[in-house]
Design a binder for this molecule. Structure first.
Ligand SMILES: Nc1ncnc2c1ncn2[C@@H]1O[C@H](COP(=O)(O)OP(=O)(O)O)[C@@H](O)[C@H]1O
Ligand SMILES: [Mg+2]
Length: 262
């Protein structure tokens, strides 16, 4: 099971859009996916057609099982939705011992998925530290403008420090340059900078596209809303790269098994 958080402390850079569309793309490729919305604004719920249901607040604060809180949205696609009361949980967590590992312990019972994808809030708060310590991969959507680049650098350095401090080994496996306008020199320059600084993990850019904005209003992923459009093409490429990593992971796990057997 791959545990991926989609994270950036900057708001409005495409975290929710990226989480929902990568998850939908993976589900279409027959991977079983759970999306966890960790943002109290509950944007994933609004992007998809999720009605009243138990949510992550009920799961974390009441004795309700994970199964009872998960919403089945489609074949292979489940979500654990958010709630504005989530901020209250954070206050409670602050007083807990081992507060940075609270979520990891609570989510330990998740099984049966190929992917767990966490849509993180725009901050470096306790929830996000918990998400980073639960996951083994991070995908950072970064807007293609100078402030977006600055936020990306800060995010990477924060993850490095967290790994060191907690002896953790989450890896940034993808940087997704977002809100790309090919007519803007600023976007082009920033994208080039992202690509040259992070050549192995930067994906192709996600172009600015009205259909991407419209899809959540229709409660659909970009693949369902505009199958052949630019947004589907761009997110389709990112999904392909995420899938390609499955082989790399398998190879590295096989290699580890060989070393362990020696
Ligand atoms: N490639 C894109 N083209 C046009 N609008 C986009 C694109 N990516 C994201 N958006 C819009 O930008 C806004 C912020 O995106 P969102 O995914 O909610 O960011 P975050 O989760 O980082 O706050 C949303 O209205 C979303 O529909
Ligand atoms: Mg969001």
């Amino acid at each position: 099971m791959r545990k991926i958080c989609v994270i950036n402390h900057k708001g409005g850079v495409g975290k929710t859009t990226t989480s929902v569309n990568i998850a939908a793309g993976l589900a279409m490729q027959d991977r079983k996916v759970l999306v966890i919305d960790l943002d109290a604004q509950g944007n994933v719920n609004s992007c998809l057609d999720v009605d009243n249901h138990n949510d992550i607040f009920n799961f974390l604060t009441e004795k309700i099982s994970l199964q009872e809180c998960i919403v089945h949205l489609g074949k292979n696609f489940d979500i654990l939705k958010s709630d504005k009361k989530l901020a209250e949980v954070e206050i409670y967590m602050m007083s807990e011992k081992g507060k940075e590992h609270y979520l990891k312990e609570k989510l330990e019972t998740i099984k049966g998925y190929d992917y767990v994808i966490i849509d993180c809030p725009p901050s470096l708060n306790l929830f996000n530290r918990n998400a980073l310590l639960f996951c083994d991969e991070a995908i950072i959507p970064a807007s293609t403008d100078p402030l977006g680049y600055e936020a990306l650098e800060k995010m990477i350095s924060f993850i490095d420090s967290l790994n060191e401090y907690y002896d953790h080994d989450i890896r940034v496996t993808k940087i997704v340059p977002t809100l790309y306008d090919a007519r803007s020199n600023i976007c082009k320059k920033t994208f080039k900078k992202i690509q040259s600084t992070f050549p192995t993990i930067a994906t192709e850019p996600i172009r600015i596209n009205t259909k991407i904005k419209e899809a959540p209003v229709a409660k659909k992923s970009i693949f369902a809303y505009d199958k052949r459009g630019k947004g589907s093409q761009d997110y389709g490429k990112v999904v392909k790269l995420v899938l390609r990593d499955e082989n790399l992971r398998k190879k590295s796990q096989d290699a580890k098994a060989v070393v362990a057997a020696l």
